[in-house]
Design a protein around this ligand. Structure first.
Ligand SMILES: [Zn+2]
Length: 437
């Protein structure tokens, strides 16, 4: 019994000693590891510090410092060809559970979005208890982001967020050498702005024939830029000036919610808009005027009861005045045609279209300058052109010699408000020009 006891005591001593030994070895090992690690960290930092004073390297160093133990991490992921959202989640090293949670959330909530090559998806990650999604920002389009984020009780939620855009006012000017379009492109003006500019003058100026050597233009317009300073969208043309043969044709943008006005006016408050446009198309050439002519297909002399404008296939055609669409369909010899009733006196017809603009159908209201269709050669036609007719009190008339009543002139309160806008715009223009010099 005693022997047994003593043996037991001896064994216990050995066991105690063994535990002590293991503990000591562990202690020595951890001290050594910490020492080596610190040493390594020090030499790494020292060698990096010694490399250069270059700011890029300094940035790298600071990011290494902050990455030594970051709780929050931001990953800007640029989408590669063939990426799926799941693949991206694996790529950013999300663990299986977190990945599953995100994917399930997306399918449960039926969230739809596209992953497009080169698009930037931003992941904000919390590393406190393993990688956890704090926020994912996925661009839906130029103006909207999809945000998936984690709330306090660790469940996911989502919303669409309109991106914050900065409004910038831009001044450009140039001589018009070959065409307005080319001279504007030369100054890096967006085609949408050029078209808007041309439409503003469409009632007064034939850009094909009225432009001469040394003619020039000035323009002040609004651009919306994102946080990367990229232009995302365009606003209004605040000021436009077309200087033809030394004569200025200035137009000011005037928006008054109170007076329900949103349009461009000449300096004297006169709207440049006439009841109908002479040329409801830009960049076209008048190819056949109103009157007697030998019909190009029928071959005999026939009254041409409209005006033909030759233009490339697909050139947009505008409503020459505001009104209601009476017809948008097949007109036999006229091919695809649109007929618009403007008021009790005037209607207009546009024929041979290749296609109608989206939403253009019988009964729809259109505004002056709105695109209603595109140049084609449908029906009885020998090549792409627009056949344009003006009907006055039920009778077809020559649109090119028609004396059109002009648009309204601002009076009273709205005129006073316009004067303030005009002065502000002139000041803005001068400031922008000064900035250029
Ligand atoms: Zn014709």
């Amino acid at each position: 019994m005693i022997k047994f006891f003593e043996k037991n005591k001896f064994l216990k001593k050995v066991q105690d000693f063994r535990s002590f030994l293991v503990l000591t070895i562990l202690l020595i090992l951890s001290v050594a590891i910490i020492h080596i690690h610190n040493n390594y960290k020090d030499t790494q930092i020292k060698s990096l510090k010694n490399l250069s004073q270059n700011t890029y390297l300094q940035k790298t160093i600071s990011s290494i410092f902050s990455n030594l133990n970051p709780r929050f991490e931001k990953i800007n992921y640029r989408v590669n060809a063939g990426d799926s959202f799941e693949k991206i989640l694996i790529e950013i090293n999300l663990n299986l559970n977190e990945k599953k949670k995100v994917l399930n959330f997306i399918s449960d909530e039926k969230i739809k979005f596209n992953i497009i090559e080169n698009q930037k998806i931003v992941f904000e990650i919390d590393n406190l208890n393993g990688k956890k999604i704090k926020k994912i920002t996925i661009p839906i389009n130029k103006k909207k982001d999809l945000i998936i984020s984690s709330n306090n009780n660790n469940s996911l939620q989502y919303k669409e967020l309109v991106k914050e855009l900065r409004l910038v006012k831009t001044y450009k000017e140039n001589y018009i050498r070959n065409s307005l379009y080319k001279s504007a492109i030369e100054k890096k003006i967006d085609p949408n702005v050029i078209i808007q500019f041309a439409q503003m003058y469409g009632f007064e100026v034939d850009f094909q024939r009225d432009i001469k050597k040394n003619d020039s233009f000035q323009i002040v317009y609004e651009e919306f830029k994102n946080d990367e300073n990229k232009t995302i969208d365009y606003g209004n043309i605040l000021y436009a000036n077309l200087i033809l043969s030394g004569k200025s044709l200035e137009l000011y943008y005037f928006n008054s919610e109170k007076e329900k006005i949103n349009d461009h006016f000449e300096a004297n408050g006169q709207s440049i808009k006439k009841t109908l446009m002479k040329t409801p198309i830009n960049g076209a050439r008048l190819s056949s005027s109103y009157g007697m002519r030998k019909h190009p297909i029928l071959g005999y002399n026939k009254m041409h009861q409209g005006t033909d404008f030759a233009a490339p296939m697909g050139t947009p055609i505008m409503a020459s005045g505001s009104g209601r669409v009476l017809k948008a369909g097949w007109c036999g010899g006229g091919g695809n045609c649109v007929k618009i009733k403007h008021n009790t006196t005037y209607s207009t017809v546009y024929a041979h279209m290749s296609k109608f603009a989206r939403g253009i159908k019988k009964g729809v209201r259109v505004s002056q300058g709105q695109i209603i269709g595109y140049v084609g050669s449908t029906g009885m036609s020998t090549g792409p052109h627009l056949h344009y007719e003006v009907i006055q009190n039920g009778k077809k008339i020559n649109s090119q010699t028609l004396k059109l009543p002009s648009g309204k002139k601002l009076k009273g309160k709205s005129r006073e408000e316009f004067e303030i806008t005009r002065i502000k715009t002139d000041v803005l223009k001068s400031e922008l020009i000064n900035k250029l010099n």
